[in-house]
Design a protein around this ligand. Structure first.
Ligand code: BES
Ligand code: ZN
Ligand code: ZN
Length: 488
């Protein structure tokens, strides 16, 4: 989608649909459209849409934003998604917004980003496998124009950054939604290599089954044993220009299908487990966006990818494996596979020189019970690093709520026959337990774990709907932008 920000009046712009957002304190429509029938009393309640000039080629949509004091980034993202849906109804290919810039440039920047993000995320579709040639489907929006009264140049830069991040999120969503017979570990590895070929500043390194074993990544090796699909340990490195500060480490769970293994899952919703690679997808596409934005920092991304299958060669409950950092783990539940592959990936990320790490993983069903689809669970060993990630979460609306670590939780991770066990007795504090387990593999470097099992799918906000959300891409890009700024 093309996105532009212009210092022009909305009426000067050619577009299939014009959008005028209004809070309850603003006049229903700006003067240039005042003569449109119905303009005077178009309602401004939040989410209220009024179409003026319904038959006119330049249709005009009044978009209610409600009380100005309640207007925030999330409301605007939602409003943008509503406008996009309306655009689809009228088969619009171009959309023009008039965005009031009342305050400082900073707040206008986030408003512009909200409109871009809400529009692009809402325009995501997954129809690759629909064979019918459906002429009735609405066309994709091709052009989004945002008219502002001031700061056009700065706001255009912000719009471009938002476009890049949102389109990367849509690519992650497609990876999430593609079935597991398409998105295999090899497919994710090929996507990583493709990203490296698209950006000169990105390089990819991929290990297969043999090398994973030879390197001593016993967790990834063990989980992959049950599958004929070759596991992949994917590493992407990004070296931004002028980056002389610290290195951001990103780790994403890439289980392309989680049957549970021998501790097999119930059949009813097993098909949903094609999304167990959501963390990995977010990490890969975030690196692509960071490279496209040419941010000035270094990134090392590690995505351990495998299927988790039951078979004659699968790992069995009670088996003991040795992780990359030498720690031993009793695998009491083969369905707690994510932590086994992440343990190796985190240890590898530390080995490669990351100074701070964020990992994203659809790790526990318990986080869905605790926080639903609104907040991801956040666990960290470092106050300052946690605060920084929390701020990116707030800014992007990819929310995260911190859960505690505690020596008593740590006790739960102790094994009887090995150093650690991979699942807590009686599933006590399942989400925190998993975080405490992962902490054993990051040495003491600042680390944040995001359990995205609840937020990766089925969030049902207007701009992402019930399917994949691409959770994490925008958060990680925002975090990288913050770090790049700090490094200056
Ligand atoms: N991939 C699942 C977690 C999950 C659940 C993701 C729901 C998305 C939606 C993970 O590998 C898993 O099965 N975790 C187990 C751990 C348990 C056996 C200790 C769980 O949460 O039930
Ligand atoms: Zn599992
Ligand atoms: Zn899993």
């Amino acid at each position: 989608m093309r996105v532009e920000v212009l210092q022009k009046g909305l009426a000067e712009i050619e577009a299939d649909l014009h959008v005028v957002p209004r809070t309850s304190e603003q006049k229903p429509v700006p003067t240039e459209f005042a003569q449109a029938p119905g303009a005077e009393d178009a309602p401004t309640d939040y989410k209220r849409l009024t179409l003026l000039r319904p038959g006119h080629p330049k249709r005009l949509l009044v978009l209610g934003l409600g009380a100005p004091e309640e207007l925030d980034d999330e409301r605007l993202r939602v409003a943008a998604a509503l406008a996009l849906k309306e655009a689809r109804r009228y088969k619009a290919r171009s959309l023009a917004w008039r965005l009031p810039v009342d305050g400082e440039a900073d707040s206008a920047e986030s408003r512009v980003a909200d409109v871009v993000v809400g529009t692009i995320l809402a325009s995501y579709r997954f129809d690759r496998f629909k064979t019918a040639d459906d002429d009735d489907g609405p066309p994709q929006l091709e052009q989004l124009t945002i008219c502002v009264a001031r700061f056009a140049e700065r706001l255009a830069e912000e719009a471009e950054a938002a476009r890049i991040a949102a389109e990367a999120a849509n690519r992650a969503r497609e990876l999430q939604q593609l079935p597991s017979n398409v998105v295999t570990p090899s497919y994710l590895a090929a996507r990583a290599e493709e990203l490296a070929s698209e950006h000169a500043v990105v390089s990819a390194e991929v290990m297969g089954r043999e090398e994973i074993s030879a390197r001593g990544m016993g967790g990834l090796e063990a989980v992959a044993k049950g599958s004929v699909e070759e596991p992949k340990l994917i590493v992407l490195r990004y070296e931004g220009r002028g980056a002389d500060g610290e290195t951001l480490g990103l780790v994403g769970k890439g289980v392309t299908f989680d049957t549970g293994g021998i501790s097999i899952k119930p059949a009813a919703s097993m098909h949903e487990m094609k999304m167990d690679m959501s963390g990995g997808a977010a990490v890969l596409e975030a690196v692509g966006a960071i490279a496209a934005l040419e941010l000035s920092l270094r990134v090392i991304a590690v995505v351990p990818s495998t299927e988790n299958m039951p078979s004659g060669s699968a790992i069995k409950p009670g088996d003991i494996v040795t992780q990359l950092n030498g720690k031993t783990v009793e695998v009491n539940n083969t369905d707690a596979e994510g932590r086994l592959i992440l343990a190796d990936a985190l240890a590898h990320c530390v080995e490669l020189g990351a100074d701070q790490i964020v990992d994203l993983a659809t790790l526990t069903g318990a986080v869905l019970i605790a926080l639903g689809s609104t907040y991801a669970g956040l666990i960290s060993n470092d106050e300052e690093w946690a605060r920084l990630v929390e701020r990116s979460a707030e800014r992007t609306g990819e929310l995260a709520w911190r859960l505690p670590l505690h020596p008593e939780y740590k006790e739960l991770t102790r094994g009887t026959e090995a150093d650690l066990t991979n699942a807590s007795a009686k599933r006590k504090a399942s989400t925190i337990y998993a975080g405490s387990f992962l902490e054993e593999f990051v040495d003491d470097i600042p680390w944040v774990h995001l359990d995205i099992a609840g937020t990766a799918w089925d969030v049902d906000r207007e701009y992402v709907g019930k399917g994949p959300t691409g959770y994490g891409v925008r958060l990680l890009v925002d975090l990288a932008r913050t770090l790049a700024q700090k490094g200056r």
